[in-house]
Design a protein around this ligand. Structure first.
Ligand code: SF4
Length: 238
């Protein structure tokens, strides 16, 4: 019996294949977009639980391809057992693993966390360095992780582009780019200097909770008036 041809899949809103993607916002509109997010949430913070630069660094490494909520469920016990690089290095990968088994890529992450703790002890006197080059030389630390640590722990005006910011930048015309680095560079160029430090929080939170991957919730978006996305989503019927 002939089978029905599969329906072509609709691209996710704002994905690279989505014809509804927006044109680039002019600079004044980009500023208005970010200021609207700022007004709605004047004191944004990371949702990861941490107490110092070291626990922040470990939490960010663990959060790759895992939710902050999932990371926050394992880190209290891990940080109680190993609150310092010295103790984490002594725990080793086999000792770290049981604490983080519930998050994705836990085996590789256990190895990286133990190795980065060891590197901090050997090369940085047990301190987290505040320079990009030194951070990115640590096991499991890439540009995005370094950007989060430099921003949150050291107050630098960096922009960590995760999947949410990458989608949002492309979808609404704020900072289109083919790679996270292109989106990062454009956002750094377009963000008003007084908002740059907090902008990555606003954009992550907005992408996570409002401008969601499968369907943006445009009807409740505080930046809707400044967004160039062509197919804004209406409120579902009640
Ligand atoms: S209106 Fe808001 S939620 Fe909708 S696409 Fe634009 S930024 Fe995203």
């Amino acid at each position: 019996m002939p089978t029905k041809p599969a329906k072509p899949k609709k691209p996710n809103h704002g994905s690279a294949r989505d014809p509804r993607r927006a044109r680039l916002m002019p600079p004044a509109q980009a500023e208005a977009f970010i200021r609207a997010l700022a007004v709605a949430n004047p004191a944004p913070e990371t949702e990861l639980t941490y107490s110092d630069p070291f626990t922040l660094l470990v939490a960010v490494v663990l959060s790759a391809q895992a939710t902050d909520a999932a990371v926050n469920r394992c880190t209290p016990a891990l940080f109680a057992a190993a609150p310092t690089p010295e103790k984490m290095a002594a725990l080793g990968a086999d000792g770290v693993a049981p604490y983080i088994r519930t998050i994705g890529l836990w085996q590789a992450k256990a190895r990286n966390v133990a190795a980065l703790a060891q590197a901090l002890v050997e090369k940085h006197a047990g301190e987290v360095p505040g320079e990009r080059e030194a951070l990115e030389a640590l096991p499991g630390v890439g540009r995005k992780t370094a950007n989060v640590v430099l921003n949150v722990a050291f107050g630098q005006h960096t922009m960590a582009v995760d999947t949410h910011i990458f989608r949002l930048g492309n979808r609404c015309g704020l900072a289109p780019g083919k790679t996270p680095r292109e989106v990062e560079d454009m956002l750094v160029k377009r963000c008003p200097p007084d908002l740059l430090r907090d902008a990555h929080h606003w954009l992550i939170l907005h992408g996570r909770y409002v401008c969601k991957a499968r369907a943006p919730e445009c009807w409740r978006c505080v930046a809707r008036a400044h967004c160039n996305y062509r197919d804004k989503v209406l409120a579902p019927p009640v």
